[in-house]
Design a protein around this ligand. Structure first.
Ligand code: CO
Length: 440
């Protein structure tokens, strides 16, 4: 069962080299499940018991299912992110090296581990704006072959590399594309050809490097999985399955996957944007409900902010907290932070533990060492727009922000189960400071 989930996760990751592909992939799944596409620019007609989704920028997506008994409804939201650290191609990208190579000019996107991008087959993917007459059409691009490589410098030319290595993104990280000087328009022509368009029709590009290494199940008992982008596609995939399988007649189930978490979420489609707030407001209004009823719904609403967590590293066990440290294959990680970079608090943890207990899913607790700053995530950022009870959770992994990350084979399946149980339940604020978890 775990291997099957892992294989499905792998094929999701392989089909999702950029956030644009993630959203296309999720949209295709939703269409297959009978979800109806809504456009932000059109009027919404929403029925009880309906299934809908809406995208923004082609790189963030919100899907929702409306219950059938929504007198005292609430939103149950599972949120994750669609982006991962990588390198973005600059507009003028071709650099000639001594007439013998062409390398591509890139800049960093997010906080990647640079060394993990060396010596492995890479390619380019993203979205391209193609001009067709008066229309500017967004098209997905994935050059599906081994196109690029960032070769290491030989140890003979850098004897101290194993003692100290500092990597400069403008000097050390540029991928080789060709063994000769490419024509000025060669890259544009390649992109156009892939899309069946002409180079002069290419008006804009958001193109990124991606790692083409094959995913792997490994370990003495096949207990580990490794592939690109586990942060956060493992959560994006697993919570989507839970969302599709679960549901409750008294709630509106919401699946959210936001772009730009790795660069602070502050974009028009990021978790800090108005996207979620506007969609929930419109759903409420389209069901013929008042702003007052929206406020009531939000008071009982609950969000899972799903983003991966650091497992104890076997070679660096001292880097994690003494007793709030987590391991792969041991269940969902609940993250806490006194300064509220993680949104979890006593009540949201208690609610989530109740749900996991019923579902028979193990949980474990993570906190950073008190003398270390951890990463941030999307939960507390989303709170400035939509303020609801939220718990920060994730799946334990190693090598976060490597181009090839490692996780436990069981944990994605645990999150499918836990998020399904979450969507099946109905959380109600029955009195001030009193919540009840009912099953649908
Ligand atoms: Co993440």
């Amino acid at each position: 069962m775990y291997k099957e989930v892992a294989q499905k996760l792998f094929s999701f990751v392989k089909g999702s080299p950029t956030p644009f592909h993630v959203v296309q992939n999720i949209s295709d799944t939703l269409e297959g499940e009978g979800f109806e596409r809504l456009k932000e620019g059109s009027a919404w007609n929403i029925r009880p018991g309906g299934k809908y989704y809406v995208t923004r920028n082609g790189s963030s997506i919100l899907a929702f299912k409306t219950g059938t008994q929504l007198e005292n409804y609430s939103f149950h939201i599972a949120a994750s992110h669609s982006d991962s650290p990588t390198f973005k191609l600059k507009e003028n990208a071709q650099i000639d090296i001594k007439g013998k190579y062409t390398v591509l000019n890139t800049e960093g996107y997010g906080g990647m581990l640079c060394s993990t991008w060396f010596d492995r087959p890479l390619s380019l993917a993203g979205r391209v704006i193609v001009k067709e007459g008066n229309r500017l059409v967004s098209r997905l691009l994935n050059i599906d072959r081994d196109l690029l490589m960032i070769p290491s410098l030989a140890i003979h030319m850098n004897r101290e590399v194993n003692e100290k290595q500092s990597l400069n993104k403008q000097k050390d990280m540029l991928p080789v594309c060709s063994g000769r000087t490419m024509d000025a328009d060669a890259l544009k022509n390649m992109v156009a050809e892939e899309l069946g368009a002409e180079a002069k029709q290419i008006y804009g590009t958001d193109l990124y490097l991606y790692n083409r290494e094959e995913p792997s199940i490994w370990g003495a008992e096949d207990e580990f999985i490794s592939c690109p982008k586990l942060d956060d596609l493992e959560c994006a995939y697993a919570s989507l399955q839970g969302f599709l399988q679960g549901g409750n007649s008294e709630t509106v189930s919401v699946y959210a996957c936001f772009d730009n978490e790795e660069v602070g979420s502050g974009t028009k489609q990021g978790a800090a944007s108005t996207f979620l707030c506007e969609v929930l407001t419109r759903v409420n209004a389209a069901m013929g409900k008042s702003p007052e009823e929206l406020s009531r719904a939000l008071a009982s609403s609950f969000m899972l902010s799903c983003d991966n967590a650091h497992a104890v590293h076997p070679n660096y066990p001292e880097k994690t907290d003494v007793c709030n440290c987590v391991y792969m294959n041991e269940g969902i990680v609940i993250k806490s932070h006194a300064g509220q970079k993680y949104t979890s608090d006593a009540m949201s943890i208690a609610l989530f533990k109740t749900i996991c207990e019923k579902a028979g899913v193990p949980v474990q607790f993570f906190a950073n060492r008190s003398d270390m700053n951890g990463g941030s995530t999307l939960g507390n950022i989303a709170m400035s727009q939509v303020s609801v009870n939220t718990v920060d959770i994730g799946l334990a992994q190693l090598a976060m922000h490597s181009s090839f990350e490692t996780a436990g084979i069981k944990d994605a399946a645990y999150l499918v189960q836990a998020s399904e149980a979450f969507f099946n339940s109905h959380i109600c604020e029955t009195d001030a400071g009193v919540y009840e978890v009912k099953n649908g």
